[in-house]
Ligand binder design. Structure first.
Ligand SMILES: *Cc1c(COP(=O)(O)O)cnc(C)c1O
Length: 397
């Protein structure tokens, strides 16, 4: 074993920070020195109810006593309950469960192709995605991701993807109706720098797809499950997509992914066309159901609006008073703060003060508090980041 590595036998797919996390509860995690950190990454938009939320933990513990796994060749009541819950809370009729975001997007890509074949348009084999998108790291989802830095070293890419410019009106007419089976897009690009899609552009794109019978599919892996201030971000765009994909926030940290679709599209998946051994297994489905039960409670979003406003207004004020902060973007608790210098500097300074945040590209600090964060925690965060901003600004001058 090499003595220069600090991550032992792990492949170096992540540049890991020297922080060994052993425990989490609510908005906090603790390291092996028992130092407490305010976790405003939420495990990258995953622990939306905070770490180890009580109700989810109780349901999971109960499920651990009964059944961990059962093949999808049998009926799994808790999985059916979760599918029904998802359908009742959305415009979709049917759900396919898998284990991650990339797998959910793989399912969506397959569904669009199958839909085209089933509807006498076998020449429609391509999926349109948009510049700066992020859809995953598997073969197809890496190819779907329109960022060359993600592709480097992995050519030839899986064929069948066309990239068009995000938020650009001219992109819409460039969609080739002869070749395109579906479009897949994020309504707020997460990894690509926290860029919300313009509502007018989305509506025009949606109308175009509807007219041409091209499946309109939204990647809600980062935006879904309350992250942006509604259960799903598409609700804020006044549209009904043909399908959406979910993962991150759905299981409060337990791995689960899902493809939700309207009957029209979903009916193209017949027995044997797609599958997953673990997809929606009893533990994952239990975590998902317990998470949704809490977030779909009508009162859940009431107190949140005030907290969103509190944080974004403070950051906008920071942008007005600090020359390094250029812009604050996002929706709800998916917030990007674009800075003049390297975002990593901000992440590092905050970590020194026991606060964890992320980057999204080189110049965007990404802030993802748990939806359950307390006002006092937000005040602490605002106070610390304001002080750090002044400090960084002074040093850069
Ligand atoms: C994280 C993410 C994915 C990939 O999810 P994995 O679970 O890591 O495979 C896909 N799309 C978006 C928008 C994401 O944020």
């Amino acid at each position: 074993m090499s003595s220069t590595t600090t991550t032992s036998a792990l492949m170096k797919t992540y540049q890991r920070l020297p922080l060994r996390i052993l425990k989490g509860k609510g908005s906090y995690v603790w390291d092996d020195q028992d130092i407490k950190y305010l976790d405003y990454t939420s495990g990258i938009a995953t622990c939306n109810l905070g770490h180890v939320p009580d109700q989810v933990q109780a349901k999971l513990s109960e499920q651990l006593e009964n059944l961990w796994h059962c093949s999808n060749l049998y009926q799994i009541p808790v999985q059916e309950a979760l599918a029904e819950k998802l359908a009742s809370l959305s415009c979709f009729d049917q759900v396919f469960f898998c284990n991650s975001g990339a797998e959910a997007n793989e399912a969506a890509i397959k569904l669009a192709k199958k839909y085209a074949k089933d509807h006498q348009k076998p020449e429609r084999t391509e999926i349109v995605t948009f510049s700066n998108s992020f859809h995953g790291r598997t073969g197809s989802t890496m190819a779907a991701t329109a960022q060359t830095k993600i592709h480097n070293g992995f050519t030839p890419l899986t064929p069948g993807f066309t990239y068009l410019p995000f938020n650009q009106p001219e992109a819409i007419e460039q969609i080739d109706t002869n070749k395109t089976a579906g479009v897949l897009l994020e309504l707020v690009q997460g990894e690509g720098g926290v860029h919300p899609a313009d509502i007018e552009w989305v509506k025009a794109l949606y109308d175009y797809c509807k007219q041409a019978d091209i499946l309109f599919m939204v990647d809600e892996i980062q935006t879904g499950i309350g992250r942006t201030g509604s259960l799903f971000v598409y609700e804020q765009y006044d549209i009904e997509p043909d399908a959406i994909t979910l993962a991150k926030g759905l299981g409060s940290g337990f791995p689960i992914g899902a493809l939700l679709a309207k009957n029209k599209a979903a009916d193209s998946f017949s027995p044997g066309t797609h599958g997953s051994t673990f997809g929606g297994n009893p533990l994952a489905a239990t975590a998902g159901l317990a998470t949704l039960e809490q977030i779909s409670d009508p009162v859940f979003f009431n107190g949140l609006k005030e907290k969103y406003a509190l944080l974004t207004e403070a950051l906008i004020e920071l942008a007005e008073n600090n020359t390094l902060v250029k812009e604050v973007r996002g929706k709800g608790f998916l917030i990007g703060m674009e800075v003049e210098n390297k975002a990593a500097i901000w992440v590092e300074k905050l970590r020194e003060k026991q606060i964890l945040v992320l980057t999204a590209g080189e110049h965007v600090v990404r802030i993802l508090p748990p939806l359950t964060t307390k006002k006092e925690e937000l005040f602490t965060f605002i106070e610390v980041i304001t002080a750090i901003a002044a400090d960084i600004e002074e040093k850069e001058e």
